[in-house]
Write a protein that binds this ligand. Structure first.
Ligand code: N01
Length: 530
């Protein structure tokens, strides 16, 4: 049977783009389907005011091409969404990727045909493509969550979701605005919306921890230094659990004398950003240690926010960093503004959206525009929107009924020749996504090349290997305080979603070593056949 392509790649974000490039380099033919009109994935969709990456720009970038590393100029410590999207477009042009990408086309179905050992892929535009392999590159946070709040469709003004923001932008000047949510997207957008709007009302269900970004233009000398030593920076980053070159303090927070502990927290606070998590090695392992970080940040809120009632509402009660830590520019300060109101809906859910605003805690709030900063059906949402069928017509939805099951977060028993870049069960969202997805892309491309070299046409994860990996992912998560709280990491934000800690928390270096060892041992845990 003739194949249309060797591989169908789903998604043209950073993962899909590099997958295409890598497969081409190895002489494979691939086609990418992308639902947007352009490349960039997350950075194509999330255009809300204030959107930027909170991994530093010199690290949130591809490392597969030293020439690309040298020629691209990041301008700020944390790149804006617009700058990252320009970078994605530059990469697409530089490596001539667009000719193999079909835009504005969603993959709706992928079914494995056991007679021919091929995948048949269908799209919402009527394409039907046969391919030996299907590689999903759909992102972990790409299926926006619109909460089922009664009356949402009754709202007379415009409703915007941060994860699907209008390309032309939104000017809130002179308008009144309601924002639902206080996660990363909200925490980045609220200060900017507040600076434009006549009035902003924020509806907060869970108060969140955030660390100041201290964003700034990049010093050209610093950039020169980074570029001169890029390989070393990348090597150091790969040796760190999050794949980010933070300085990790190996000391225990609770065993460090109070004064010294405060000095360390102050130092990290002044430096800014996610490196605060690495202030001590046991913040996610030990409740007492965790409390020291939580108390430090809570004290910062008291220093910034003037109204004691607001301080109380804004003070997070859950453990520090158990939900994804946020990074902000002027978030708490925003609540000192006279045009900002905070409504705490932690004990009573929002009653309903009305034509003029919403009703919560027995009161009507009126505004012109509604912003849903309500996050995503994380890690599994995008994959489960596609009707994926493996052996015996088994659907992925059925396989994952009790939570995602995979071997390495990359492959699944019963779904031969299907690879999921940064899938559940891999470090993905707990790491810098760029090196994580590059590691997956390279592993997959090497695997396809290995199969071609030895005449194999089918690779499939072994059921026992998969079970052992799922158990390992669960066991490691059990050591971390992160698995114990209600967050999107465990699917708690989506009603009815099985509660499973989805990413692999064992750290990037351990994961890389495991993936490499599996290859060294002849693709241990996989069956290869022709
Ligand atoms: O989404 P979220 P996000 N009624 O799920 C609330 C990455 N990211 O888009 O916490 C009232 O974190 C919900 O409340 P609760 C990053 O990994 C990165 O902000 O569930 N409220 C929460 O406050 C991040 O973690 C960057 O109680 C409702 C908010 O909506 C991930 O994306 C920037 C509600 C959702 O917060 C997701 O972030 C942005 C309801 N019915 C995002 N339903 C950077 O790199 C939901 N909420 C900078």
């Amino acid at each position: 049977m003739s194949l249309d392509v060797d591989a169908v790649i789903v998604g043209a974000g950073f993962a899909g783009m590099y997958m295409l490039h890598r497969l081409r380099q190895k002489g494979f033919k691939a086609r990418v389907f992308e639902s947007g009109t352009g490349v960039g994935g997350t950075w194509y969709w999330n255009r809300y005011p204030g959107a930027r990456c909170d991994v530093e720009s010199v690290q949130y970038s591809y490392q597969f091409s030293p020439e690309l590393e040298q020629e691209w100029e990041w301008t700020e410590r944390y790149a804006t969404q617009a700058e990252i999207l320009r970078y994605a477009n530059h990469v697409a042009d530089r490596f001539d990727l667009r000719r193999d990408i079909t835009f504005e086309t969603k993959v709706t179905k992928a079914a494995f045909d056991e007679a021919s050992n091929t995948w048949r892929v269908e799209t919402d535009r009527g394409d039907a493509v046969t391919a030996r392999f299907v590689i999903t590159a759909m992102g972990c946070l790409s299926s926006p969550n619109t909460p089922k709040i009664a009356g949402l469709e009754d709202f007379a003004g415009p409703t915007y979701h941060t994860g699907n923001w209008p390309h032309e932008g939104v000017d809130f000047s002179g308008r009144t605005v309601g924002v639902i949510g206080t996660g990363s997207s909200a925490i980045q957008s609220i200060p900017i919306i507040a600076s434009q709007a006549r009035h902003l009302t924020v509806f907060q269900r869970t108060a969140n921890y955030t660390i100041p970004a201290h964003n700034r233009p990049l010093d050209p000398d610093h950039v020169r230094q980074v570029k001169a030593n890029y390989a070393e920076l990348r090597r150091r980053a790969r040796s760190k659990p999050a794949g980010i070159d933070f300085t990790i303090n190996q000391a225990s927070a609770i065993e460090t004398p109070e004064e010294e502990r405060r000095r360390i927290y102050e130092e990290r606070w002044s430096y800014g950003g996610l490196g605060f998590m690495a202030a001590f090695s046991d913040l996610q392992l030990n409740d007492d240690s965790n409390r020291t970080a939580a108390d430090f940040v809570r004290a910062k809120i008291r220093e910034v926010v003037k109204d004691p009632e607001l301080v109380d509402k804004l003070t997070p009660r859950n453990s520090f960093g158990c939900k994804r830590l946020c990074v902000d520019t002027g978030y708490w300060e925003t609540f000192n503004r006279p045009n900002v109101t905070l409504v705490d809906v932690s004990d009573e859910p929002i009653e309903r959206v009305t034509s003029t605003g919403l009703r919560a805690r027995g009161e009507d709030y009126v505004f012109d525009c509604l912003v849903l900063a309500t996050g995503f059906d994380a890690m599994t949402g995008a994959l489960l929107k596609v009707d994926i069928r493996g052996r015996d017509g088994q659907s992925l939805r059925d396989k994952w009924q009790e939570g995602p099951k995979s071997y390495l977060g990359l492959t699944m028993a019963g779904f031969p020749n299907l690879f999921t870049i940064t899938g559940p069960g891999s470090p993905s969202v707990l790491t810098n996504m760029l090196p994580s997805l590059e590691q997956h892309v390279e592993w997959i491309a090497d695997c396809l090349e290995h199969m071609r070299d030895r005449g194999a046409t089918v690779i499939e994860a072994d059921g026992n290997a998969e079970e052992a990996w799922v158990a390992h992912v669960r066991d490691v998560a059990g050591y971390s305080l992160r698995s114990a709280c209600s967050s999107w990491y465990v699917g708690a934000n989506i009603p009815g979603k099985p509660r499973v800690f989805m990413p692999y928390i064992g750290g990037f270096p351990a994961y890389i070593e495991r993936c490499d060892a599996i290859v060294r041992n002849g693709y241990e845990g996989f069956a290869l056949s022709s």
